[in-house]
Design a protein around this ligand. Sequence first.
Ligand code: SF4
Ligand code: SF4
Length: 467
Amino acid sequence: MAHYTQKYDLFLGATQSFCHRCGNLKRLIDAHIVSRADEVYLRKFCPKCGESMVMISDDLDYYKRCDDYLKKPDLPERALTKVVQGCPFDCGVCPQHQNHPCLALFNITDECNMKCRICYHRSEPGAGNHRSMEEIAQMLETLLKVESEPDLIQVTGGEPTTHPQIIEILRYLKASPVRHLMLNTNGIRIAQEEGFVHALKKLGGGFEVYLQFDSLRTEALKDIRAQDMRSIRLKALEALEKADISTTLVCVVKKGVNDDEISEIIDFAGGYRCVRGVVFQPVQEAGRIEAEGAFRITLSEIRRRIIEDDSNPFEDADMIPLPCDPHKICVGYAAKRMKEQNGKAYAELYPVTGKIPKEAITQQKGTVAFEQDRQFVRSVVETVSLDTAMGEAIVGDKIKQKLFCCWPSFLAPQEMGYEHVFRIVIMEFSDIYNFDAINIKRECNFMIEPNRAIPFSTYNMGIAFSQ
Ligand code: SF4
Ligand code: SF4
């Protein structure tokens, strides 16, 4: 008989999860979503291990607000697997999934020139397994079945720059119908090989480097990456700045290790013209990391660090739930203007997301078609034009500028391009602790295999799929 002893204030809903105590990934268990004081928990009950509570948000108000941002789902164009055992055992993508791939990850190798403590893929030197061009062509074919005009492909691994055909692969994918291509890298090759940076530059617009960048401190880097990466990261950033290659900094956040650096990293990122923003990812249990304990952190805790710290301009209204997966992705966009003081570059940031009416965002037909809605576009431009220090510069001859596949296209004057955009994204993946069987159906990051498109979290969790 089930014994629930943990007290709570509000019952917010029921879902299913997995038991992180026995680690059984073959059987879903009941889970209630409840709040206690201002915190939100998954209250699970495992027939074998009993009751457990996992905090999924430290901000009840924001948690409730997320549901107000839900929009009509954009479904995958085609399912690749059938419903056999039910979610999440039919991944690949099955007909129950409620979101298209906003981001398609192509894992091109298991090899890596590092051995990070937090590697979700357990990559390390000697792991090998470079995918062939034929396999990569199959992956692309698979993605195009699910999404004929993909928004974003991210080439990942392992460390993708260890693949001997990395440039050929990037060129091949760039020539596909994808709108934006990213290279997810630890930056070692970029820091060390000028010729490699030139080859990346030749890929042209619509290409971006997604650069691992967790901390500015030695100790935190040693904790997360098992080595002090500071000089590599700085050299890589200098090379990207010199070559003017769009770059996003990616920080895995561990509580008590680097969560006190969030504003500092935003400020640091602003000092580089090439940096388009920062992505913060709470550490998750996957691959080499066991994420139980005091270093777990939720999306809302990271968001709180950003909005409560006056040293960055983002406030509560500026960091909002992304409509396609509101509980798991939070975004803030700012217009960016570079300045210089005492020979040092810095960015003035003018957050704009809080100025766009919520209805204008959530009533859109699709995540990729915002720019088609003239009324929406006008309201965004008018709001931004009247209300930011950019002032009249934004009114006038506007051009379409795609910022992010899930986010409305942002109109800007002709002299204002992608280099004047700065975005903060907090992206939380699911693991055995916080898994919610309802929310997983909204995941929009997919790992693309030669015959499957698998939501990134279920892929990382190592769930045995039915087909
Ligand atoms: S997570 Fe999505 S693709 Fe996987 S089984 Fe559930 S609904 Fe299907
Ligand atoms: S996290 Fe990235 S850089 Fe680190 S070992 Fe894994 S693949 Fe390599």
